[in-house]
Design a protein around this ligand. Sequence first.
Ligand code: GLN
Length: 541
Amino acid sequence: MSGTKYIFFTGGVVSSVGKGVTAAATGRLLKERGFKVAIQKLDPYINVDPGTMSPYQHGEVYVLDDGAECDLDLGHYERFIDIRLNKACNATTGQVYAEVIARERRGDYLGGTIQVIPHITNEIKRRIALVAESTQADFVLVEVGGTVGDIEGQPFLEAIRQLRSDLGRENTLYVHVTWLPLIGANGELKTKPTQHSVRELRSIGITPDMIIARSDSEVDDDLLAKIALFCDVEKRAVIPLPTVPVLYEVPLILEEAGVADYIIQRLGLASRPKPDWTEWIDLVRRVEAPKPTVKIALVGKYVELHDAYMSVAEALKHAGIHAGVEVEISWVLSTDLEKGKDLEEIRDADGILVPGGFGSRGIEGKITAIHHARKRSVPFLGLCLGMQLMVVEFAREVLADENVNSTEFEPRTIHPVIDLMPDQKSITGLGGTMRLGLYPCQIQPDTHSAAAYGQPLIQERHRHRYEFNNAYREKLTAAGLIIAGQSPDGKLVEIVEMYGHPFMVACQFHPEFLSRPNQPHPLFSAFVHAVILHAGVHVSD
Ligand code: GLN
């Protein structure tokens, strides 16, 4: 799109140093200046999307409004920039090759030999352009996953290299995010790995315009000058970014370092006044302020890897910040509960949360936790699988049958209270075949959900195959299950609550994907407030 400016983020030295957060924070700086910002992640792995990848491999699968299942970095982007992204915003090697090969099979290339350059790189460039077209953004930020030097990443780097000649210097900017390791007894920061990764980048034709130097300690001026000299980058474009305890400080640090002003100037745009950061400063202050702690047990099967529940943990944090409490998550492995271990973690918790999940491992442990929450009046929030299991747990009591189950875990159960939707029964493939993305939900008045949302019709993101089985609606509601939300046609149960319980709410969708640091999600806020009441902690304003 003409007029769009592109900023490419590459990573050097090691991965996992916060390239995604850096890109997202940069996006926020530009958005605060009134620019329309879009952001894309290019993932060099060969999977078509992370939807079928194990959370142990890749952390959580993040879901967008349009149902795209994508990398968890998209969650950072949406939360930091406070935008809604679309499926063009995540592209993988798998998607790129699948598209090119499909075209080749159709004969679109008229017998030509298909090569990485230009066919694969053209497809990558087409996907970058798609973001600009679909969002009409002033700035498209593109993060290339992995680090420079990875074999898989090469076609992506080649594509972004070509874009400088295609679009011009005034429309493209390269930001390299590197890591300065701390070496030796005196703890000296080293720039050599950064020099090497910039050399590597230059050998493929990309000279970075800006270097973000991540480190675990403060970087002094001499070191910045050294990086500038060796890497051929202007000194004011070498930006130190030390590790901070509160991630939401990152935009403030980058603002202070003049990142946005430099970008705007380098791309030939008229300078814009510095934004008012009061709200963010207040947010960071609230996070840092000492406050009482409440403990929420998060019962899942991937809890060893916290990234598998990234958005849930963030949403709890957001709700805690605004309610004036520190939410401490007690990570409880559901299979441990099955072995009778960690039961005290459940007994000690001020609230219990059962998040989404797939497969039968650990299911009975989650049901044990839900049973405890129901019988002991402990505030409970169930998400997706958490809702399905809340229904199973209650139905086992109502129907007086321990064999009640979801057909996901017991296909031949005589009481399938959770079952496949009719349109899911014929599907055999796994990738992208679930009920995905935004769906409307009508809220029942006089429920916790109605009080939380304060509006009768909401839209939430879904990712599941199974649903509440309406054949059990009457029996279960007669016994105290409340249908607090359903699809507007009344066919799909979306939220359930428990009559007479201080707060037992579970939803078929994933509210965690719509929580923002400055705008916690209503269901999470309501849950955390119930937890505060239950814990009896006093919260000051
Ligand atoms: N496994 C369940 C289903 O497919 C729940 C999915 C989830 O929790 N995201 O319906």
